[in-house]
Structures are given as C-alpha cells and as structure tokens.
Design a protein around this ligand. Structure first.
Ligand code: SF4
Length: 341
C-alpha cells in the first residue's frame, strides 16, 4: 500500500474501489467471528475526532482537488462512535469534499440497534447515506455457530432503521457458512430475513476457511463440514428461489465466487439467475469439475467459456494430474479459492 500522510485501514467493500477512504475507527469492536481473521490480535480503538479531521484535510491536500464523489469510512463499524462525534466527522468531510454524493460505512446490527431511530436519521442527514451490513446469514443457528454476535431480529431492526432514515443498504451473505450441517437452514432463513429487509443490494461471498480461524478448528473437530462447490451453488439456488417480494440488486461479485455471471435485478432477473445455476448443476460431475478448476485457475469467467476447446482440454489435463496424484479435488478447489482473499 502507498505511504499516505493519513491513516488507512486494511479493507473496503468491492463497490468502494474508487472511493476516498477515511479511517474513523481501528479494527473491529466485536472481533470474534469464527470465520474472520482480519483483525486477529489487533486491539480495537476509536480514533479521536480531532485526529480524524486532521486526516480528512491531509487527504484533501494529498489528492489535490480530486473530485471524489464517494467516501467509505473504515474500519469495521463507524456506528460505534458517539452519534455527535460521527456527525462532526461527516460535517468536516462534506466541507473538505463538497462533491461527495455518497458516504458509506460498515455497521454492525448489534451496534446500530443501540442507537435510536432518531440518531440514525440524524447520521443519515449528516451525510452517511449508505450502510454495508455483513449479516452473513439469517439463520439464528448459523449466526450462533460462527459467533457472529448478531441476531436475525437485530439485522431486521437495524436495516429497517437505516432504510427508514433514507440510507441505501447492502447486505453481505456468505455461502457455505452453515457447513453441510446447516446448509438448508442457512438458505431458507437468510431468504426470510432478506425478504423482511428488502436491501438495495445483496452481495454473495463464498466461504473460504482460513488457517488458524475458529472455523478451521471446528472443521478439525468435525463440527463444521465444508460444502462442495456444487453444494454451495445448490444452497444458493434454494436461497434465491425463496427470495420473494423484494426489489434488490443481487450479485455474486467477488473473485472468490464461482459463478460471477449470477447478477441481476430482482424480481426481473430471478429466472435468468436461477437458469445460470441450473446450467451448472445440470452438468455432469466431470464437466462441473472442469469448470470449477478452470474458473479457479483463471481460464474461465463464465460457463460459456468452456466452449474454448484449447482451454477445456488444458484444464482436463490439469484435472487428470490432480486425480493421478490422488489429491482430493474439493480440497484443491478450496485451497485455490482461499488464495483469492
Ligand atoms: S464483525 Fe466483521 S470484521 Fe468483525 S470479526 Fe466479524 S466479520 Fe470480522
């Protein structure tokens, strides 16, 4: 990362690639999710408002008049700030960058429900008009198993407060997060919560279990069984099939996702997105394996890319090599997948 004269946190949502990044807090105030190692060993802290404001003006100088239209507040949860202080930071941001039309942040459901609807409305009016929420699942069982520290009720309440305050909302879902054990509950309960929330965007991510994470220990203990790539597409099919009466934009959009062509506007594109999944699920196992490996090695992006005979034959030879070495294919796929993040 470049050496900026202001602080920068480690991540931002994919959709914020062109945004100004301003760090309001360091780390994550929860930091206990079983699948997350992002802030491992890192102590959460709130930054003093004066320090954040100094950063905002330093960013203005550094980017010398660049007309940013969007800004993302880092790190894991800006709503943990006192409402008055967050509003002060937002006012400073808008003064320094008057062209901003969108200011966004992650917000933990459990933090947000501690604020009143009036406080959320004041924050929205001060300029924070987009909320990213990592709900990950709508299943109470899954949320408990991965120690997410939020409940389906708090997800629904916080998202509705944000929407009623005029914020745009994005919900992130992690495919495979319930393991084979809770896959069905994960799909159906996630659909139920999304139907109750009707977020502007639904973004799917695919599980990749990191070494040293709580989930990897659950795997070793036999409490969590990683679903296969095909099982996660079937899980996603069940989820999408059960999304009813909502108008969200739905997308697999991260490099870790297998079928990046699953994206569209609900309800209009639901049939087309289900057809993409069926196209994959109806293939013979050897063709599914060819696509998965080709996709993970970067030879394919869409299912139709398998029509390139040279690439297909090359990928088949790689499959033969893996099978010949008696390596477990799903383990290889998972290993390739986790290299993306
Ligand atoms: S709330 Fe988000 S950043 Fe914090 S531990 Fe969980 S997944 Fe990681």
């Amino acid at each position: 990362m470049a050496d900026y004269p202001f602080e920068m946190g480690p991540i931002r949502p994919v959709d914020e690639a062109d945004s100004l990044l301003i760090r309001t807090t360091r780390g994550c105030p929860w930091n206990r999710c079983e699948f997350c190692t992002l802030y491992e060993g890192f102590k959460f802290s709130l930054r003093p408002v004066a320090e954040i404001k100094t950063d905002i003006w330093a960013a203005k100088d550094y980017f010398s008049g660049h007309p940013f239209e969007t800004c993302f507040l880092q790190d894991g949860d800006s709503f943990v700030m006192r409402t008055r202080e967050l509003i002060e930071v937002l006012a400073c941001l808008r003064e320094a960058f008057p062209g901003l039309r969108r200011i966004s942040s992650y917000g933990r459901a459990q933090t947000m429900v501690k604020k009143s609807p009036e406080a959320i409305r004041q924050i929205a009016e001060a300029g924070l008009n987009k909320l990213y929420c990592g709900m990950e699942s709508g299943s109470e069982q899954v949320l408990k198993k991965v120690k997410k520290g939020i409940t389906p009720e708090s997800i629904i309440r916080s998202a509705r407060m944000a929407r009623d305050a005029g914020m745009e909302t994005t919900q992130f879902i992690i495919l495979g997060l319930g393991g084979k054990e809770l896959s069905r509950d994960h799909a159906l309960e996630t659909a139920r919560v999304l139907n109750a929330v009707n977020p502007d965007q639904i973004r799917l991510l695919t599980i990749g279990v990191k070494d040293g994470s709580g989930l990897s220990r659950q795997m070793a203990d036999g409490a969590f069984t990683l679903p296969s790539e095909a099982e996660m597409i079937a899980e996603q099919r069940l989820l999408l099939e059960n999304l009813e009466g909502i108008t969200s934009h739905y997308a697999n959009h991260h490099g870790i996702d297998l079928l990046l062509e699953i994206r569209g506007q609900l309800p209009r594109d639901k049939g087309a997105m289900l057809a993409v999944m069926d196209g994959f699920l109806d293939m013979e196992k050897k063709d599914q394996d060819n696509f998965i490996l080709g996709r993970r090695l970067g030879y394919y992006r869409r299912l139709s890319d398998m029509e390139n005979t040279m690439n297909r034959v090359f990928v088949d030879k790689q499959l033969d090599r893996i099978n010949g070495a008696c390596e477990d294919l799903e383990t290889v796929f998972h290993s390739l997948r986790t290299q993306v993040v």
